[in-house]
Design a protein around this ligand. Structure first.
Ligand SMILES: Nc1ncnc2c1ncn2[C@@H]1O[C@H](COP(=O)(O)OP(=O)(O)OP(=O)(O)O)[C@@H](O)[C@H]1O
Length: 282
């Protein structure tokens, strides 16, 4: 039984992909036409929680988000939102990717409105909502600009505004700030937290940055190297609202050391696996 307070519940999730004909990988010295990506992932996320996922490259973090969103099937195990197994794209889950994924032929306002249009929201209401969410990100005056006329940071603000405009119960974010310069990234982290503190939707945020993971999260989930499972969950007991300066404090430093300590061996294992794979391919 799923506890009532859980928004997301992932139980013993496994995922194995069959490779395309002719493709193989080497796993534990054996040649295989399958790649096991997730191996018994268990994770409970409460309503309104902000959880970040860190793990080595290629460990299966995006696949886990895809399964929670209903974009990919699990091989076994279950992902639930509000106690219901996710078996198809979930209406109440919004996804933000690293690449802004905006429609280039639509203005910023029309991009945000689109998400509401497909949900059948009436024109006046969707315009008002789209304007509201753009203004939360300080984009007043940019509503009529096309994506090509916006900086990367502004495009990602539009993409997040579009995701939030649908009032999602779950916001899934896959390295959303990875393509941005360091300063824009810092600013967007603070903006995201400021807005999240107002709306308190449940967020699952994948990142490679340990600082980003700690700064944003209620809990940091450290994943193992592929096939991924949850290695450790670290509660981040830093006061909110958080200011970027919090990163200079002793408590933050201690969390940084703890997360890296959990991650280090997994990153090394993933590197060893890549070396083995490339020596095989070569
Ligand atoms: N459709 C697919 N078919 C075969 N293999 C896949 C498929 N999708 C993902 N994979 C493999 O699953 C593994 C995990 O991929 P995933 O993108 O989830 O990793 P990740 O942890 O998000 O990596 P990164 O941090 O580098 O983005 C990778 O080895 C990838 O090649």
């Amino acid at each position: 039984m799923t506890a009532l307070a859980n928004r997301i519940s992932v139980t013993d999730l496994h995922k194995t992909f069959r490779l395309k004909p002719g493709q193989t990988v080497r796993v534990d010295g054996q040649i295989s036409d399958r790649i096991k990506v997730l191996s018994g992932v268990d994770l409970e996320i409460q309503k309104g929680e902000f959880v970040t996922l860190v793990g080595p490259s290629g460990s299966g973090k995006s696949v886990l988000l895809d399964i929670i969103a209903g974009l990919t099937d699990a091989t076994s195990g279950v992902a639930e939102i509000d106690g219901r197994a996710v078996t198809s794209p979930h209406r109440d889950a919004a996804y933000v990717f690293q690449q802004y994924a905006l429609f280039p032929w639509r203005s910023a306002l029309e991009n945000v409105e689109y998400a509401l249009e497909v949900r059948g929201v009436a024109k006046a209401e969707r315009r008002e909502k789209a304007q509201h969410f753009l203004s939360l990100f300080g984009l007043n005056g940019f509503e009529d600009r096309y994506p090509s006329q916006l900086s990367g940071g502004m495009q990602q603000r539009v993409a997040i505004a579009r995701a939030l405009a649908t009032d999602p119960q779950v916001l899934l974010m896959d390295e959303p700030f990875a393509a941005l310069d360091a300063q824009t990234r810092d600013i967007l982290q603070s903006e995201l937290l400021r807005i999240w503190e107002q709306i308190k939707t449940t967020v699952v945020f994948v990142t490679h940055s340990i600082d980003e993971a700690i700064f944003l999260a209620d809990r940091v989930v450290v994943m193992t190297a592929r096939p991924a499972a949850v290695k450790e969950i670290i509660e981040i007991d830093l006061p909110r609202p958080r200011d970027i300066e919090i990163r200079n404090g002793d408590q933050f430093n201690a969390y940084r050391a703890r997360v890296w300590n959990a991650l280090r061996d997994e990153v090394r294992k993933a590197q060893r696996d890549w070396q083995l794979a490339s020596s095989y391919n070569g």
